[in-house]
Design a protein around this ligand. Structure first.
Ligand code: F6P
Length: 371
């Protein structure tokens, strides 16, 4: 049977264990393969920290949050070693060969797809699964973890309603999603937030204040503002847009400078949600409070939908390996799972398109986007 290695990389996501179980049970039982796991993503692979994934190890993990393998955000070509970022791709290739692996399966988000492509280009047979609560992986309809996070954020908005209502307050709730607005938009729409701010639509704080005041004049003395962690004002979005362009188009020196400036920019924008709340309080003379949902959105058991999705993706990956497909991501297209070349996925970010039906619906129910 084929020798398969598996790892989980990037931020943890509900459904990772369900995916490992689906992959593993199909690989061992259905296809007669051998499976080993590597701990803590690409770091553990480089350090050859392996665990046996037999029937016993895969049992009882379907409903458990996080990942039994552990994870890290370390990348093969930028591995922190002795205080520096070092390219350890060749070391990783050597570990793959030392185990006589026929395949490496990487469960991860956008960053992991890029790392996987790098390893593919070094001659490894790689298959990936798309996981992230941000739903921003290109080439797939959706990612596992998103549905669970969406439910958690929606329930939070539901709960914030009664306290905002009782105190006649604005509550600004910060929702994860990196640079994509899927989670804030989905939860904001499902939870009936009055204002939804997403990275795809730069906002004007005056317009948000006006919308809140208008509600207030209509007798609604509270407002819920769902803000994506990556949302920016019109001015800030312009600055960031210019830096991103420089990062893509500039020469090597330009790119290095843009990378440093971007890091500075991100640092300066920690606390954005707090500042937005203070500004709204100032402009509306209404009391405003902040709730940052944070890691609650990633913790705990996966929803039924995520268990189904993760299991389907895991078993499909085993099938792709059996059929000899490599250099692909198992991707959701409607009801089907299809293999998509990593080249079409890596380095792309799937943002909310401005003509998306959720945006259209939200506008039609009167949601303010601050634009
Ligand atoms: O990608 C998932 C995510 O939770 C994002 O929504 C968030 O921006 C990021 O991870 C947080 O990263 P970390 O886990 O490294 O703090």
């Amino acid at each position: 049977g084929k020798m398969v290695g598996v790892l989980t990389a990037g931020g943890d996501t509900p459904g990772l264990n369900a995916a490992l179980r689906g992959l593993g049970k199909a690989a061992l039982g259905e296809y007669g393969m051998h499976l080993i796991g590597f701990q803590d993503g690409f770091r553990g692979l480089m350090q050859n920290r392996m665990v046996r994934l037999d029937e016993h190890a895969l049992s009882g993990i379907l409903t458990i949050g996080g990942t039994i393998l552990g994870t890290s955000r370390d990348k093969p070509h930028k591995m922190p070693v002795g205080g520096k970022l070092v390219d350890m791709t060749d070391e990783i290739v050597a570990v793959y060969q030392s185990h006589h692996l026929d395949y490496l399966v990487c469960l991860g988000g956008g960053g992991t797809q890029k790392s996987a492509l790098r390893l593919k280009n070094k001659g490894l047979n790689v298959v990936t699964l798309p996981k992230t609560i941000d739903n921003d992986v290109a080439g797939t309809d959706t990612t596992f973890g998103f549905d669970t996070a969406l439910s958690i954020a929606t329930e939070a908005i539901d709960r914030l309603h009664s306290t905002a209502h009782s105190h006649h307050r604005i509550i600004v709730v910060e929702i994860m999603g990196h640079n994509a607005g899927w989670l804030a938009l989905g939860a904001g729409l499902a939870g009936g937030a009055d204002v939804i701010l997403v990275p795809e639509i730069p906002y004007d704080v005056e317009k948000i204040a006006e919308a809140i005041l208008q509600r207030s004049r209509g007798g609604k003395r509270f407002s819920i503002v769902a803000v994506s962690e990556g949302a920016l004002s019109v001015e800030d979005a312009q600055v960031k847009g210019a830096l991103l362009k420089q990062l893509e188009k500039g020469d090597k020196a330009d790119r290095k400078k843009a990378e440093e400036d971007l890091a500075q920019f991100e640092l300066a924008h920690v606390g954005n949600t707090m500042r937005l709340s203070a500004k709204l309080e100032e402009l509306t003379a209404l009391e405003s409070r902040v709730t940052i949902l944070g890691y609650l959105q990633r913790g705990g058991a996966p929803s039924a939908a995520d268990r189904l999705l993760a299991t389907k993706l895991g078993t499909s990956a085993a099938c792709f390996i059996h059929e000899g497909k490599a250099g692909v991501m198992a991707s959701v297209r409607g009801e089907k799972v299809i293999p998509v070349p990593l080249e079409e996925v890596a380095g792309q970010r799937k943002l909310v398109p401005l003509d998306h039906v959720w945006l259209d619906s939200a506008r039609k129910v009167g949601t303010c986007f601050g634009d």
